[in-house]
Design a protein around this ligand. Structure first.
Ligand SMILES: [Zn+2]
Length: 194
């Protein structure tokens, strides 16, 4: 998409792909009606941040709901307007990731779009991309940390920086996230016939 390329020419930095396969299959469900360009920018930002952490991703985005035959999905992020009453989140949280079932992997997260919008107008899709990557970081086993993209609340400087650069995962975070994806992939491999 040409307009998209121009945006990246202005805002992007050159990146070398560091992520290796296997890929994490990400499903994004947009329930707030974001324009196509916005979804494209946000998922591109998230993909670049995760790629930098050595986590290769493939993405499918649906409006409202994804059809049952969407194919392999490892993690699902639902973009909603705001938390519902059963979401126990702080007033500043941009999203929420649900823990996995015992012995299973975490799969489901939410992003609160009204809170994303409150953090910037022209940067909103880049904020959204960072929030997507942050929530996927939780789903891949990481808690909040004192630095980088996994801070519970980004500093004012981080919020400014993400307009033209990227908040990233630490090397330690990247390593455990890669291990989480590898473990999922091993689990997904069908057992050989007896
Ligand atoms: Zn968080």
């Amino acid at each position: 998409m040409r307009s998209h390329s121009i945006v990246w020419f202005l805002l992007g930095t050159s990146w070398t792909a560091e992520a290796a396969s296997p890929a994490l299959h990400v499903m994004v469900i947009d329930q707030v009606g974001i324009e196509d360009t916005g979804i494209a920018i946000a998922t591109d930002v998230a993909q670049r941040i995760l790629n930098h952490a050595g986590v290769a991703t493939s993405w499918v985005t649906c409006r409202s709901e994804c059809p049952p035959d969407t194919g392999r999905v490892d993690v699902s992020v639902r973009i909603v307007a705001r938390p519902t009453p059963d979401h126990k989140v702080s007033a500043s949280a941009n999203g929420m990731a649900l823990g996995g079932t015992p012995g299973g992997f975490a799969q489901y997260a939410y992003v609160y779009y009204e809170r994303v919008l409150s953090q910037g107008s022209w940067t909103r899709y880049r904020v959204l991309g960072h929030v997507l990557a942050h929530e996927i970081g939780h789903l891949l086993g990481r808690e909040h940390s004192g630095q980088g993209i996994m801070r519970a609340a980004w500093t004012q400087k981080q919020a400014q920086d993400l307009a033209t650069a990227y908040l990233l995962f630490t090397a330690n975070e990247a390593k455990t996230m890669q291990q989480n994806v590898e473990a999922r992939t091993r689990r997904a491999v069908p057992l050989p016939p007896r």
